[in-house]
Write a protein that binds this ligand. Structure first.
Ligand code: C2E
Ligand code: CA
Ligand code: CA
Length: 557
């Protein structure tokens, strides 16, 4: 559609004209939210090589210009604006010019409402900071790319150093409640103090969102611990924005460099993994990478490198096994949980416990998660022809749920594999609570609306299981085997199991008890009236063909 055919109503504005003609590196834009037609400064159109001053669906056109690593945040933000969830837009991102360079832009915008309160015009400005490749515009710190470059240099020079990865807890809530502008001021202030505290012993980088990395010289361990405590108390007590004291919860992880032959990407993922351990399992206590994973650090790192390479090359070393889930009343198989395995070049079979937590922090995880979903549905689909009641459970990580393309991916795979949505259940672990609760609920409702069930996995292992059960629309909880393994002797486990099941049933949520390892446990738990069981007593995880054999056998008997 050319410019002449676009509906330009609402975009004819003389102040826009004046501003657009007088400012050089600040551009203006307006979008009629009813028609989705936008008008941008001539200067921006020329500089970025946009199709014209008036554009239909400029959000999508502009998204193509945004750096791939910044694109998702932009996409989510614009989506939130158009859905009416937020009224202001405030972002920094890199955008591609018509010559193919990336420039750093600060974009601000606001939704103006019409007479009846409906979103009418979205308008704002964009400042072009020019070609800034290595500095983050919000904090003036080096950015994540510069971090990777610095790591690469250290690897080549075989230097000893430490990466201290720092995260601010629940920062999305600050943005959500106070807005991005306020959030940015806090980040700026935090970054400046972090720089002062680490002056002389390290370099600070802003990685993404509320995550920072400090590359520390080869200093003693004790000094790193002291430094971390200093950073925590700074976050807790010393941030003051617009006269208000802000208390930030801090988590931190450390990864040592110089001992192993690993890539800069693995360094970033390992340091982030240690940070996640600190955040999720240690209430912010500092976690050293080598303490957080089983096995020697070298073996672990070599494994991660090999797994990363395999994912990038198409996941050929991965395969799925299926563990039957049993209907407690009939005693028959009512479904299966898909579980991932990885086979190394020496044919060693590696269990997911050794790599899932680490991979969740790696940018390649989304690809693996998508591969799992598609492979599981493709392999399982033929079984539904003769057993239309079977449900396939697939484990989903919170990082998948966070991804703006995940909804479409699930619907697309369902469509391509002709998999009925009511035969699919997505299992989420308690880690999903690190997402904004409102967003999490929206995602769950979206899938349920399409007929897909949602299970809460590892139930009872974290501190907030009951809160999640109360706040989220869950169909099924999976009680972790930690409660079941000592059930015959442990009074506390018995009491917890009993009350969790009662509570779930009152909320109309079904229960699956995991870790039913033997006959005694099975006999013992029958009185609790959980709907489903899973465990080695019924079957270990098996290949899809073996699983198919198990159901055939059941049908014959
Ligand atoms: P999970 O989701 O809680 O999966 C159940 C785990 O318990 C499986 O271990 C299963 O083999 C094991 N298990 C089942 N019954 C028994 C029993 O009676 N006794 C004992 N001792 N263990 C039993 P697995 O396959 O090693 O998976 C470990 C964890 O890795 C899973 O725990 C899940 O959190 C994660 N995981 C596995 N596959 C995937 C996947 O495809 N995607 C994601 N995101 N995570 C996965
Ligand atoms: Ca699971
Ligand atoms: Ca589980």
């Amino acid at each position: 559609m050319n410019n002449m055919e676009l509906d330009k109503s609402g975009l004819d504005n003389r102040i826009f004209d004046a501003f657009a003609q007088t400012s050089e590196r600040t551009y203006v834009y307006m979008c009629n939210m009813q028609t989705n037609v936008s008008r941008w400064s001539h200067a921006a159109v020329a500089y970025f090589g946009l199709p014209g001053e008036y554009m239909l669906n400029a959000g999508d056109i502009w998204e193509e210009h945004i750096h791939p690593d910044d694109r998702q945040a932009y996409h989510d933000n614009i989506n939130d604006l158009f859905c009416g969830r937020i009224q202001r837009h405030a972002m920094d991102y890199r955008a591609r010019t018509k010559d193919g360079d990336y420039v750093m832009c600060t974009c601000r915008g606001i939704v103006l409402k019409g007479e009846n309160g409906e979103p009418d015009i979205f308008a704002g400005t964009m400042v072009n900071h020019g070609i800034v490749e290595n500095v983050d515009a919000v904090t003036n710190l080096y950015n994540g790319y510069e971090f990777l470059r610095a790591m690469n240099k250290l690897i080549n020079e075989k230097k000893r150093a430490y990466v201290l990865m720092i995260g601010i807890d629940h920062f999305h809530n600050v943005n959500y409640i106070y807005g991005y502008d306020y959030g940015n001021i806090i980040l700026h202030s935090f970054a400046a103090k972090l720089k002062t505290i680490t002056h002389g012993i390290g370099t600070v980088y802003r990685m993404d969102g509320s995550r920072f990395a400090v590359c520390l010289n080869d200093i003693p361990m004790e000094q790193i611990k002291e430094l971390y405590n200093r950073i925590r108390s700074m976050g807790n007590r010393e941030i003051c924005v617009k006269g208000a004291n802000i208390s930030l919860g801090i988590a931190g992880g450390v990864f040592p460099l110089g001992n192993s032959n690993v890539s800069e990407y693995t360094i970033r993922s390992c340091a982030t993994e240690a940070l996640m351990q600190s955040k999720h399992n240690r209430h912010g206590e500092l976690v050293f990478f080598r303490n957080s994973i089983h096995g020697s650090i070298d073996q672990t790192l070599m494994l991660f490198e090999a797994i990363r390479r395999d994912i990038v090359a198409g996941c050929s070393g991965f395969y799925l096994v299926y563990q039957p889930i049993i209907d407690s009343v009939s005693g028959n198989i009512c479904g299966a949980e898909a579980l991932i395995r990885w086979r190394s070049k020496d044919s060693e079979i590696v269990s997911p416990d050794r790599f899932i937590d680490f991979l969740e922090n790696d940018t390649c995880f989304y690809e693996l998660g998508s591969w799992i979903l598609e492979r599981a549905m493709t392999e399982f689909r033929p079984l539904l022809d003769k057993n239309p009641q079977l449900v396939l459970n697939v484990n989903i990580s919170y990082v998948q749920l966070e991804h703006s393309g995940f909804r479409d991916l699930v619907l697309d795979v369902l469509n391509r594999t002709q998999f009925p949505p009511q035969n699919l259940c997505l299992e989420l672990t308690e880690r999903c609570k690190s997402l904004n609760l409102i967003k999490l609920k929206e995602e769950m409702l979206f899938f349920q609306h399409h007929g897909i069930e949602i299970a809460l996995d590892d139930f009872g292992t974290g501190a907030s299981s009951l809160n999640l059960l109360r706040d989220l629309p869950v169909n099924l909880i999976k009680v972790d085997r930690a409660f079941v393994s000592n059930i015959l002797t442990n009074l506390a486990d018995k009491a917890i199991l009993e009350s969790v099941i009662q509570c779930s049933h009152k909320l109309d949520v079904r229960v699956c008890i995991e870790g039913v390892e033997n006959k005694q446990i099975h006999n013992f738990i029958e009185k609790y009236r959980a709907e489903e069981y899973q465990g080695f007593y019924f079957s270990r995880p098996v290949s899809v063909n073996q699983f198919s054999g198990l159901i055939c056998k059941e049908r014959v008997e």
